[in-house]
Design a protein. Structure first.
Length: 292
């Protein structure tokens, strides 16, 4: 396979100025088993896959051509009902406008959808039994990648908010302080207070504290589970909070991530099997990139 400056220049020109270059567009820049790849094909490949690197783009175009050829030779077909569903899902009016802005048409998108479906059929044909994963492989991956399964600290918060503005700030502060005193003294629990105030969204659930304002998190870090704190003043509210629960940073047990690991390993096996198959296919195919 001969890689040339000519092809890279063609790719860069096409990616920058689009499909209006009659002198460049019609050039054949590569041939795969007697089937040409033109600069237009490469332009569309770059746009569809979002590839900026010319070398990667031409390699992808060659692989796509080989997939289509092999699928035809194996008499592999796509399911028309599934194709129509995918077409309706991905080719929306909004997306068509986006495609037109980058130089693609609806027919181009339809072609690429069919190609991806054929690629999936090819992968199923190629990998077959090679995607199997056993328990020992799952356990080995877990032991070697425990950091991937760490969970950060999470906290469970209750919150009651009292809105205020310039005209009623002092009154609302006194009102919120009274409710805080009643909760902290045990006259009311947090749930009862929220119910009386008809404050329906008091339970914030489990949240990652890293998303909180540092000053807010600094307060929460000092609270014990079940402790009520207030008042916290924001730009528009006085807050009363209760720390309902805390989970420290930990590694998820294997049982909780087994299916996730299995999916990772299966996808890795598929990718590796397909890469080996494609490498062999290239060796036994006639692939040329033209010099000029």
């Amino acid at each position: 396979m001969r890689k040339t400056i000519f092809v890279l220049v063609i790719l860069l020109l096409v990616s920058q100025v689009g499909v209006g270059m009659s002198g460049v567009i019609d050039d054949t820049v590569a041939v795969v088993n007697d089937e040409p790849i033109t600069a237009v094909d490469l332009f569309k490949t770059m746009r569809f896959y979002g590839i900026d690197n010319p070398k990667k783009a031409i390699n992808q175009a060659i692989e796509d051509k080989l997939v289509a050829q092999r699928a035809k030779k194996l008499n592999l077909t796509i399911n028309n009902n599934e194709y129509n569903k995918l077409k309706d899902q991905f080719i929306t009016e909004k997306r068509l406008k986006s495609l037109e802005r980058v130089g693609l048409r609806q027919s181009d998108m339809e072609k690429f959808i069919k190609l991806q479906m054929l690629k999936r059929e090819i992968i199923s044909y190629v990998v077959r039994g090679s995607i199997l994963v056993n328990n020992d492989q799952i356990k080995k991956y877990y032991m070697e990648n425990k950091k991937r399964f760490e969970t950060g600290e999470s906290i469970h918060l209750y919150k009651i908010a009292f809105d205020y503005n310039i005209s009623n700030e002092n009154a609302q502060k006194r009102n919120a302080s009274t409710w805080l005193e009643n909760i902290q003294s045990g006259k009311l629990d947090f749930n009862d207070a929220a119910s009386i105030l008809d404050y329906g969204n008091f339970d914030m659930g489990w949240i990652n504290p890293s998303g909180l304002y540092p000053s807010f998190y600094k307060i929460i870090k000092k609270l014990k589970i079940g402790e009520v704190y207030g008042l916290i003043k924001t730009k528009t509210q006085f807050l009363i909070i209760e720390l309902a629960g805390r989970k420290n940073k930990r590694v998820l047990p294997l049982a909780d991530v087994r299916e996730r690991i299995k999916s990772i390993l299966v996808n890795r096996n598929i990718s590796e099997s397909f890469a080996r198959w494609m490498s062999t296919l290239k060796q036994y195919s006639s692939v040329s990139i033209y010099e000029k």
